[in-house]
Design a protein around this ligand. Structure first.
Ligand SMILES: NC(=O)CC[C@H](N)C(=O)O
Length: 313
């Protein structure tokens, strides 16, 4: 890594500068409203947190306000599924960028119900199927897993968001039924969708999220507890998938300009992993045309550029 991570005080003042710049910038898009409960979120919220491997936390703006983690939950689901399943998982979901929108259905029929990667919706639904068929209560197991990683027992699913997505989840249902028709979903589709919407509706703040994913910056070992969450090979693989597919059809551009494994969600959050340093989480709800939160992308971009954090230097 080229950058010398900044001293705590400098790091916090850089984050404050980035939040001030983001508050002045145009929103860069609209808040997600295809899930009605998400349409009520405060479009002006802006927060950022950095949690270093030694536990040091830096925050600015609304970093302690909880928001819907949405697709960021796909990282936790994947880590859980990789622990429960061997390489046979990669026969059911591939490791290639899709070049399509996160909820696209067209490719899935051509490719016989095998999703391109675990971070588009179809891939995350296969992962949700792995969890529902391998845990007696996958939703409880999921929320407990996240609570333990974030060291925060109060983390919970937002029931309004969960219900709202269930009511308006026809496209995800279509993806799941199409895959079921190809034999790539084992459990009942309603059960898989229920789990998937539940995990997407979990609410966390920037600090929780940055802390919870420390193991990805630390070869699979969770900083603080020193617990092994996954083996080093799995941490490598998750980071590789985040780099190639975590920002959907903007992943190439994000790798080109920023160079960090990252994952966005339509709740406005982005997490970015800085190997051997820590995790950044930025939040700003309005989404650009790729479904990525525009001002959060910009804050993470500036943080990485100003500190020289790219993994590709
Ligand atoms: N990109 C996202 O965050 C999408 C997650 C959302 N729950 C959906 O399925 O549409």
């Amino acid at each position: 890594m080229e950058g010398t991570p900044q001293q705590p005080k400098n790091c916090t003042s850089l984050l404050e500068e980035l939040v001030a710049e983001a508050r002045k910038a145009p929103p860069g898009g609209q808040v997600a409203d295809y899930i009605p409960a998400l349409a009520h979120v405060n479009a002006d919220a802006v927060g950022i947190a950095v949690v270093e491997l030694d536990g040091t936390v830096h925050t600015a703006g609304d970093a302690n306000e909880a928001f819907s983690i949405q697709s960021i939950s796909k990282i936790f689901g994947l880590a859980m599924a990789m622990n429960r399943m061997d390489d046979a998982l990669w026969e059911r979901v591939r490791m290639e960028p899709s070049g399509q929108a996160f909820n696209s259905i067209v490719q899935l029929e051509w490719e016989h119900g095998i999703p391109r990667n675990p971070f588009i919706n179809a891939g995350a639904l296969v992962v949700a199927d792995v969890l529902t068929s391998r845990y007696s209560s996958s939703k409880t197991a999921f929320v407990q897993y996240v609570r333990q990683l974030a060291n925060n027992e109060s983390i919970h699913a937002d029931h309004d968001v969960w219900e709202s997505e269930k009511e308006h989840g026809n496209r995800n249902a279509a993806l799941a039924y199409l895959m079921k028709s190809f034999g790539n979903i084992e459990s009942g589709v309603p059960e898989v969708l229920d789990h998937y919407f539940f995990q997407c509706s979990i609410a966390m703040n920037c600090v929780d999220l940055a802390r919870s994913l420390g193991f990805l910056a630390n070869k699979g070992i969770q900083p603080g507890t020193e617990q092994r969450i996954c083996d080093a090979r799995s941490a490598h693989r998750i980071n590789a998938l985040l780099s190639t597919s975590g920002m959907y059809d903007q992943s190439g551009e994000f790798a080109f300009t920023v160079g960090l494994p990252a994952k966005s969600g339509v709740g406005g959050g982005i997490v970015a992993v800085v190997p051997d340093y820590g995790v950044i989480c930025a939040w700003s709800p309005p989404l650009n045309r790729y479904g990525n939160p525009a001002r959060a992308v910009e804050m993470i971009t500036q943080f990485a550029l100003r500190l020289g954090l790219s993994v590709y230097h």
